[in-house]
Design a protein around this ligand. Sequence first.
Ligand code: NOJ
Ligand code: CA
Length: 575
Amino acid sequence: MSVDTVTYATPPLTSPLTLIHEASQAPGWWRSAVIYQVYPRSFRDLNGDGIGDLAGITAELPHLADLDVDAVWLSPFFKSPQRDAGYDVSDYCDVDPIFGTLLDFDILMAEANRLNVRVIVDLVPNHCSDQHVAFQAALAAPAESPERDMFIFRDGTGQDGNEPPNNWQSHFGGPARTRITGPGGQPGQWYLHLFDSSQPDFNWDNPAVHAEFERVLRFWLDRGVSGFQVDVAHALVKAPGLPGWGGRADGGSSDGFPGHEAPMFGQPAVHDIYRAWRRILAEYGADRILCAEAGVDLPRLAHWVRPDEMHQAFNFPFLHAGLDVYRLRGVITDSLTVLNGVGAPSTWVLSNHDVVRHASRFGYNGHGPRDGDGIGPADPQPDTDLGRRRAAAASMFMLGLPGAAYLYQGEELGLPDGTDIPGHLRQDPTFARTGGERLGRDGCRVPLPWRAAERHLGFGAGADPWLPLPASFGELARDAQAAAPSSHLNLYRSMLALRRGLDLGSGSLAWAEDWCSGSSLAYVNGTTLVIMNLNHEPLDLPAGRVLLRSAGPETGHRLASGETAWLCLDGGGAE
Ligand code: NOJ
Ligand code: CA
């Protein structure tokens, strides 16, 4: 992608600056927001059954308001058999009993409103649970019936229909087709599931599916939510005829990530769905948003956030760029350029419930774990100090960028993944579906430590947490960090306060060329210089007052290896 190189005066920085993005005061809270992902089952267990719950979120919400986040995004808490940690929904308009009740949700909403924190919920429209009433009705109905047409049933191929209708593979391993049996045990049709066999894909060619999800949107909008994160937003519509696909199960092609020619992703008609949804949200006011979880490459990502579609899309290319300065620079430049073209803000994210936490990913000098595969007791272990130091640097680098930032619960504590989870406790279907070959995502889903002196580190006072908290979480507990001025938590507080004070989320971005090298990267946002050093050697900082640095107490005007600093270039600036 080509950009103009301009040199303009930002005294006392003398470096040439390559302007990529200008500051914008376009309306919309979401353009510059910090959105905190809550993974309910691991946040806080108030009733002591070992699983986090909505009442636990309500109880601890003041801590998130104190962190100064604009919104929380709640991963699924809807009625579900929990075969994929709630991404297998059996009733979209009810709360699963393990998390509480609709009344608990209303209480959570009221507390969020009191604290001025918005609530975004997860919408899972590609598939439901096989326990959903619509799928149960489809199983009971004959082939070609309206009930079957809510899903993607086909006859098998080969002799007696014994072979699946096509060769698609599940994301979690194994075939993406499962054959049903009739009431008399006779073999029947095959249904499509891009994920677990308990997660049948809806048929988005059927208007009845559209009507059902419009009802679901209104249900939660009526309860006061500020919007939806849309799960696998690129997958809802499949190519006509469901043609065979020899590429990777996630749609990735042999050319790399992602395979835009895959028949199960990015079909043009998917955009009509989001245009219709945006019109529904607009009925509730301009502040309700849609965010796409769309695993597509950057030029295409812009299609999801055109002015009449979604408001935001997750920036997975940024997450996958890791600490590679060339990739980071390329992804940031491309994101801002491509999204500017459609008037959308970029988002930035380093961790979520599907990838190894960045404090662990960055704790390796060579190759770390493959995303989605986790780290087990037999694997090389990350260097936790190195990982946490680099994670702080990466977060500080990210939080200076213009656009919206997503945080994953626990990253403000610098939590690493749980790496010693025994196989019998693992719950991610990836583990079972691959016979343990791929560990799956449980490591990043370990419950949070709240109070060091309490039972289960304050996660819950009763039963053992659904996944064990590593002993190392004790010194990382929130109360211990709150009391330590140079803790990871207090760094996050300072970063988020400064980010708001300096309005960095609505700001500009120009690369400071003299400070960009094979091992360092620097940009100017307004009057703030953000500089990250990934070299093994310290780096002399340019002139300017240091506002904040990621490696703790100041050590002179040099930037340590694995450190980021924010400098004020105008001689003034916020404290
Ligand atoms: C993406 C979600 O983030 C992941 O956790 C889930 O397993 C799949 N979509 C299927 O819903
Ligand atoms: Ca509970």
